[in-house]
Design a protein around this ligand. Sequence first.
Ligand code: NAP
Length: 314
Amino acid sequence: MNEIQDVIIIGSGPAGFTAAVYAARANLKPLLFEGLAKGGQPGGQLMLTTEVENYPGFPKGIMGPELMDLFRKQAERFGTILLQQDVTSVDFSKRPFRVTSDGKEYSGKSVIIATGASANWLGIPSEKALQGYGVSACATCDGFFFKGKEVMVVGGGDSAVEEATFLTKFASKVTLVHRRDALRASKIMQDRATSNPKIDFIWDSTITEIKDPSQKKVTSVVLKNLKTGATSERKTDGVFMAIGHTPNSELFKNQIELDAKGYICVTEGSKTSVPGVFACGDVQDFKYRQAITAAGSGCMAALDAERFLEASHG
Ligand code: NAP
């Protein structure tokens, strides 16, 4: 593939595929790198969830991987060229932009970055085995499944406190487990959580094991007090990780402007610091992080790319 593409899209979550649908329907024949990085599987964070109930248009809900399959088919239907390959480097220093994958160089007049973000995890084997079965990194997505149940939230930042507070709408009890004895979250959010009778706290502790992968559900956790070293087991029905996200922006360091946490800086919708390079979805959004907002920003990026191409062709 030596020709110069109009649009190269990097990433295959809701943002990337939505950008592809719009770009393809504008006859731009986008080339989309689906990537293999996350567990050898394209499709973004929705591939790691079970049922999605908050994506409009699916009143009965839909499984995350099935939703991604539909996104993919819709992008393909209008002529998107899909490559199940990781991009290994980019060069945005001159146009056409260069994107390298599988040792081959691809050229594009414009690039849309939709590489997403990854939730941070504790790194214990049982959390992986139980993802989608009671272990989640998104309370907005999965809180509803814990009506009348007891859950734990791990973390001490704004997300952890916000998610713990949100979960009290459904759960009978929420226990926030934090590795220190003071929260990092803003004062107002702390006050909201500490005054909520459904929330209690376990300080100076971390979860070392989540049981029980053999039953494919969460039954309890093993806690370790980091000050005393003591371990204990506590019953729970679900565990929500809220220990931050990492934007998948490593590839773009020194190419476009990133903020202190690595999120891509965008202005006027989806414009990055390099004209012709656009970003959408969670790689530029630490605030909303929803499939629907990612899809919306993917649409914006495609429209911005289309306008950029029109303008640069005179
Ligand atoms: P964060 O502020 O980075 O907090 C992460 C929390 O997880 C910290 O309390 C940290 O502990 C803990 N942690 C990190 N790694 C851990 C590990 N391996 N084991 C156990 N605990 C671990 O992340 P965030 O809460 O997702 O917030 C990200 C950004 O979004 C922040 O700027 C935040 O203000 C913003 N945000 C704002 C709102 C809002 O305004 N409504 C809501 C959500 C997020 P330590 O405290 O010990 O470091």
